[in-house]
Write a protein that binds this ligand. Sequence first.
Ligand SMILES: NC(=O)c1ccc[n+]([C@@H]2O[C@H](COP(=O)([O-])OP(=O)(O)OC[C@H]3O[C@@H](n4cnc5c(N)ncnc54)[C@H](O)[C@@H]3O)[C@@H](O)[C@H]2O)c1
Ligand SMILES: [Zn+2]
Length: 374
Amino acid sequence: MIGLWRMILVTGGAGFIGSHLVDLLIKEGFKVRVVDNFHPQVHPEKPSYLNPEAEYVEGDVRDRRLMESILEGVEGIFHFASRVGVGQSMYEIEDYVDANLRGTGVLLDLLANTPHKVRKLIVASSMSIYGEGAYRCKNCGVVYPERRNEEDLEKGVWEVKCPNCGEFLTPIPTPEDKPLYSSSIYAQTKKYQEEMCLLIGKTYGIPVVSLRFFNVFGSRQSLSNPYTGVVAIFLSRILSGNPPVIFEDGNQTRDFIHVKDVVYGCYLALMKEEANYEIINLGRGEGVKIKDISSILQTLLKREVGEEITGRYRKGDVRHCFADITKLKEKLGFTPKITLEEGMEELLPWMEKEKVRDYFARVLKEMEERGLVK
Ligand SMILES: NC(=O)c1ccc[n+]([C@@H]2O[C@H](COP(=O)([O-])OP(=O)(O)OC[C@H]3O[C@@H](n4cnc5c(N)ncnc54)[C@H](O)[C@@H]3O)[C@@H](O)[C@H]2O)c1
Ligand SMILES: [Zn+2]
């Protein structure tokens, strides 16, 4: 454990994950400063959950002068500010690159060139940088396939085939050292954010930890942002009386981790020196089928709207990816505990209070017009 921390800066700390982290840090007795530009797509109005004990600076991480002034007194940084829509990043390319990479560039440039007291930088990376997860082939052992071929997808052959022998593969937990095959501009920017932070950290002796978040769910996930995670999108559909729309056949899997587990992992990454300069998966280590998410939510909400399983696909979607959490257990001594059902108990009361709007049709149309959904 490291000694006392005076001030922690959370970039993007008004967002979904950042705001839960701010609450935890305040509860643990830290002084917390937030910089957030309150992006209108994420925050059509000021969020009601901002923590009165934290200091909020409204501004952009790309604003060098502002960033220089708010680094005053800061000893630890969580860098969460990012544009976060995977699909949207495929057509708002310049803005995603600018916000995510130049934003990180400004922060690192200040750490390299100005006097400061920063002793740790934790960057929010993402499972999206893996592309397909790890798999086992019964003939070839562990393999790391790249994206599925378009011919198979057009025929509705969804499962992943071995790149060596063509046999269908079985998904296994994805470790941090799997080669990275990002399949969106968003994922590319997350990969470079991570690498840039680690490189500058190692160069200047500032401990950096990169946490690869898997699919995070929980209260405060922006419902006005149509590009957020599948849990929020399905909930919006169900609460609006519409069936969730499922691509492929619904048997694709993701690793869902509750936001409270994520922010506890973030807190441990700050506190534990064992985490320094490490890249660590932050998932539950369990793959859940997308169609099961839909039925679990309907059972919990006591609403039966069914599913619309389209047999269509989104370009660049991966079939299976769930975390190998060996390193999380080793370096942070942490095993996420909150199940999907338990997490819903925190999420649902909040959902029911929010104004729910179903943006799905609009986003689908945008993606279709650009040929991103087949
Ligand atoms: N939610 C997930 O499942 C998930 C998964 C993997 C990684 N992540 C990463 O976790 C971090 C937090 O994501 P989230 O889900 O809380 O998203 P979010 O959109 O709720 O939060 C991001 C916050 O950053 C702010 N922001 C965006 N651009 C900014 C800029 N240029 N300057 C200042 N503030 C800016 C937004 O206003 C928002 O409050 C991101 O880095 C994201 O890439 C999230
Ligand atoms: Zn094989």
